[in-house]
Design a protein around this ligand. Structure first.
Ligand code: IVH
Length: 721
């Protein structure tokens, strides 16, 4: 759990209204605010790690501006208000992406690439000898950017953000220069709307030069070129961005009103004609062998390249195939990032901290003597669980040939891309004589409740995770759940960040989600008396809370924080049940062991035993049920949006059986779901259609029994048009 940070205590002057400040007090306060705001800016822009909410930040800026307005002669060259492009308050404007910006699935081993190509062949029903062309492109380690051109003119540049909404950095992007990002697209027949996507990066040489300059000026040192590119671009003062050398490679697109080409490689060439740089190493490959050979070749050239890359991206070249392949959750089926092997380093383990998560899991985190690995300074390493420390794997097999990990040990750690660093080995000959085996706590370090390892039915062994049994009485679990509840993908409550949640929890005002919605009624007055909570920030906070009293069903289900229910599963449940009431009733039946309800849940896409069991466990707990009831009284849960209502099969349940000849089973299911139908695994009286190919067996009999409409593959295709 993150350390609790109280809002900073303030001296009297810091609370004095600006109108009442003497000149001397104002001078001190102005200087103090300038330092504080600069610190927040640095954490936000350069480290991507803000320590205050936007509302708190705005309040500081407003106070700063008010002092300056009253005593204009306090203004110096360092004044924040003189920074070009700096809005009086707030940060970058938010931009909603017309087409979501997605990420990529990763491949590490060659087998992952073999599997990737195999999946594509199966999905598209291609025979072994049918060639597939792939565009293989170096994976640039920078930050992705979406550039929107309307009638050929650059109108918006946005960062990826959470994929749905990014930050408007148009002014910053324009400082990169026409050679990197053209302000107007070149060529004839430019579509009315063209969104070009790609990577903003800084060369390794420029990164080193920049760090030297930063060091001389006593300024932040960037850990790697990626951070320096991101930090340089996301500057409110565009003159700072302008002084930083940044480049751009185009490799993808978002909304395009009229597609100019029908292949990935064609699009890349087209980007060049529009005035963009594309990566010169990009190559078309036709087989797994060619992809892997290309990966090896790029891996060898990597160190000599002037920019950082962390792998090679393979994309199916034909766009009609890309379209058929579609997406799984947030990643395309038609592309994968083949990462380069992890980088390693040797250091000392100086301690082990135990963190308690939302589900009560006790996770050991190794504290390291800081060490550089692949350009990043690493000082924490995940130690997974008790068995991992002992040298025992998930199936009871020895890890590191059974060597345990002790405080004081010299360890080899590795980093693979964005993955959290891991310990790969322990050097026994360097083990200090005094080092003793690590004793994993059997009590929760946060609430003191017993921490136990449940029996895992599947493996017949104790579960590898030790969990706190404190439930909601454990502050760590309650707070972690509240953090998930208010997070972007759940209730998305602005101004209710980690720090505020911990603070409200400590005060006893917010112990469970429902309390967030009664906070204003019950604690407004007290809150206003708290240091750091002014009228404006309190008003903003309550407005943010109020704006979330209506919520989509999938977000609501996700926000409950049921184990194993992530966003995708929540979406599937929401689509499957349609309304909160229907889900709630079904889940209660599942918790009571009702077989029909279990079978119905099981039939939903992405749902299996793990989710069903977790849902049952969650609802068996009376405290959870009561908390949900209290919450449901505070909010209105909107029925799930049906993905498509204009198709003939929207809302219908379909089951596929037997051999399909025109498409694979996966493709058929994905198409049905795209058109708003539910693709189920088994036939019940709720099934609308059974699509039966040759060799259909028991499902066909079952369908006849329930009077379900049975279609041939051709009849099905005719139905969906
Ligand atoms: S394609 C839907 N191509 O990698 C696919 N991404 O891990 C969109 N990246 O967010 C991405 N080089 O920032 C693509 N040649 C390339 C890339 C690339 C770097 C980054 C990009 C993306 C991330 C995904």
């Amino acid at each position: 759990m993150a350390k609790r940070t109280k809002p900073s205590s303030k001296t009297n002057t810091q609370k004095t209204p600006v109108e009442l400040l003497s000149k001397k007090q104002a001078e001190a306060e102005y200087a103090r605010l300038q330092t504080e705001i600069a610190g927040h800016d640095k954490r936000y822009y350069q480290h991507d790690a803000p320590s205050v909410s936007d509302a708190e930040y705005d309040e500081l800026r407003l106070r700063y501006n008010a002092i300056e307005a009253r005593f204009p002669d306090l203004r110096t060259l360092e004044s924040l208000s003189l920074k070009v492009g700096a809005a009086p308050t707030g940060r970058f404007k938010k931009v909603r992406h017309a087409v979501r910006m997605l990420s990529l699935d990763n491949a590490f081993a060659e087998q992952d690439v073999v599997d990737f190509v195999g999946r594509i062949r199966r999905f598209l029903n291609l025979s072994e000898d049918e060639p597939i062309a792939f565009s293989a492109e170096p994976k640039i380690d920078g930050l992705s950017m979406s550039l929107r051109y309307v009638d050929g003119e650059l109108v918006t540049a946005a960062t990826r953000g959470d994929g749905e909404e990014g930050e408007d950095v148009t002014a910053n992007i324009k400082t990169l220069g026409e050679k990197e990002v053209p302000h107007a697209l070149k060529g004839k027949k430019i579509p009315a709307v063209t969104e070009v996507r790609g990577e903003v990066y800084m060369t390794k040489a420029d990164f080193l030069k920049l760090n030297e300059r930063q060091k001389a000026a006593g300024d932040t040192i960037f850990a790697n070129p990626r951070n320096s590119a991101a930090g340089s671009l996301r500057q409110k003062d565009v003159s700072v961005t302008a002084s930083r050398p940044l480049g751009f490679f185009a490799y993808a697109w978002g909304e395009i009103s009229e597609m100019p080409k029908d292949s990935q490689s064609g699009m890349i060439k087209w980007f060049e004609t529009c005035g963009f740089n594309t990566n010169p190493l990009t190559k078309i490959c036709h087989s797994v062998e060619e992809l892997i050979a290309f990966h090896r070749q790029i891996g060898e050239e990597r160190a000599k390249l002037d920019y950082d890359i962390d792998g090679v991206v393979y994309k199916v070249d034909r766009l009609d195939w890309q379209e058929r392949l579609g997406f799984v959750s947030r990643t395309p089926r038609w592309a994968i990032a083949h990462k380069f092997p992890a980088e390693q380093a040797t250091t000392t383990l100086i301690g082990i901290d135990i963190q308690v998560g939302r589900t009560g899991a006790l996770t050991p985190v190794g504290k390291l003597e800081p060490v550089g690995v692949g350009g990043v300074i690493v000082s924490n390493v995940t130690l997974h669980n008790e068995d991992y420390i002992k040298g025992i794997g998930g199936k009871g097999e020895p890890l590191r040939e059974g060597r345990d990990i002790r405080i004081g040990d010299t360890v080899i750690i590795q980093r693979a891309g964005d993955v959290i660093p891991q310990v790969v080995d322990v050097l026994l000959d360097k083990r200090p004589k005094k080092a003793r085996p690590y004793e994993f706590p059997t009590q929760c370090p946060v609430c003191g409740s017993d921490a136990v390892r449940e029996h895992d039915e599947a493996s017949g062994r104790p579960d590898s995770v030790r969990r706190c049994t404190g439930g909601f009485i454990c502050k760590a679990q309650a707070v972690e759940h509240l953090k998930l509840f208010t997070s972007r993908r759940a209730f998305d409550i602005d101004g209710l960040g980690e720090k505020q949640i911990e603070f409200f929890h400590d005060k006893g005002w917010v112990k469970e989600p429902a309390d967030i919605f009664t906070l204003e009624r019950k604690h407004r007055k007290e809150l206003l008396e708290e240091e750091g909570y002014g009228e404006t920030s309190v008003r903003n906070l309550f407005a943010a809370i109020d704006s979330r009293r209506e919520i989509a069903l999938d977000r609501f289900i996700y926000a409950l924080g049921i184990r194993h229910i992530g966003e995708t599963t929540a979406l599937s449940l929401a689509r499957g049940y349609g309304s909160w009431q229907a889900f709630h009733d079904a889940a209660l039946k599942v918790a009571k062991g009702d077989e029909e309800a279990i079978a119905e849940m099981d039939a939903l896409d992405q749902i299996g035993d793990t989710v069903i069991e977790a849902t049952a466990d969650y609802l068996k707990e009376k405290r959870n049920l009561a908390a949900i009831e209290r919450l449901a009284k505070q909010v209105k849960v909107l029925d799930a949006e049906k993905p498509k209502t204009d198709s003939k099969i929207a809302g219908k349940t379909v089951v596929f059986t037997g051999a399909l000849e025109k498409m694979t089973r996966d493709e058929a299911k994905a198409t049905a779901e795209r058109l708003g139908a539910k693709a189920a695994g088994s036939v019940s009286k709720k099934t609308d259609y059974l699509v039966a190919g040759p060799g259909a067996g028991s499902k066909l009999a079952e369908a006849t029994k329930h009077g379900v409409t049975v279609l041939t593959e051709d009849e099905w295709l005719a139905l969906i048009g």
